[in-house]
Ligand binder design. Sequence first.
Ligand code: PXP
Length: 261
Amino acid sequence: MNLGVNIDHICVLRAARAVNDPDIIAGMYEAISGGADQITVHLREDRRHIDENDALNIIKLCKVPVNIECSIEPSIIDIICNLRPQRATIVPERRAELTTEGGLNLKAKGLKEAIKKLKENEIEISLFIDPLKDAIDATKELDCDIVELHTGAYANAFLMLNSNLSHTKYSIPSLACLDKNALKANLLNELANIQNTAIYANKHNIKVAAGHGLNYQNVCLVAQIPQIFELNIGQSIIARSVFTGLNLAVKEMKALLRAHI
Ligand code: PXP
C-alpha cells in the first residue's frame, strides 16, 4: 500500500505568521525520508496553502512522484500543464470550505476539457469521487487513470463513535443525533461503500486510491482493502508531527499500512 503525504497542511502554520517557517521544502524532504511514496499538494484557487512557486520547487526537487490536487478552473489547469507533475487529482473546490468536502461532480461543465489538456501534457489523471458505484459508472465516460475514493464520511463516523468528538464543539451535526448502535451501523455502511466501490472499479480496470480524514486509528480498516493501492493522508500526519517530528509521523503511518496488508 503506497502512502501519499499531503504536505500542504504545513502551509497553514506558515500562513499564520506570513514568514517562510515551517519551510514546505524542508517538510517535503522530511516526509520522503520518513517513507512517503508520493508528495501531494493542493494548488487552491485562493492559494491559501501552496502557491505556484512552492509547486515549482517541489516538482524540481522531489525524488518521489508529485500529485497536485486541483479544480478544473482553466487558469489552474494551465498552471498544472506548465508544471507537469506526475499526477493531477481533480477535486471539487469551494472557497468557503475548510477542506474538500465531497466527491467531484462528474458531469461538471469543463471537466472533460480539463482532463484533455492535462492528458496532452502527459499528466496522469485521478478523480476524487464519492465511494459509490454510480460514480465509477460516470468515470467510464472520462479519460481517467485512477479514482481516489473520498473516505470523509467513513472517517466522520469513526471519530463520532471512537473519540470524544461528540462532546466538543467539533461534533458533526449530521451524526450527533445517532446513538452508538446507529453510529456503528453507519460506520459499517460507509466502509462497505468504500470496499464495494473499490472492487467494482478494479473489475472495470480502474486503479483505486483513497483518502480524506484518515488517521492512525481509522486507517487500518481501509488499508486492509486489497483493491486500494494508495492512501493520501495529510491532516493527521502533520498534526502528529507537531509532537514527533514529520519523519517519525510518516514512519509510523507507513508501519500501520504495512501491518494491515
Ligand atoms: N485526498 C484528497 C483528494 C484531498 O483533497 C485531501 C485533503 O487535502 C486528502 C486526500 C487528505 O485529507 P486529510 O488531510 O484529511 O488527510
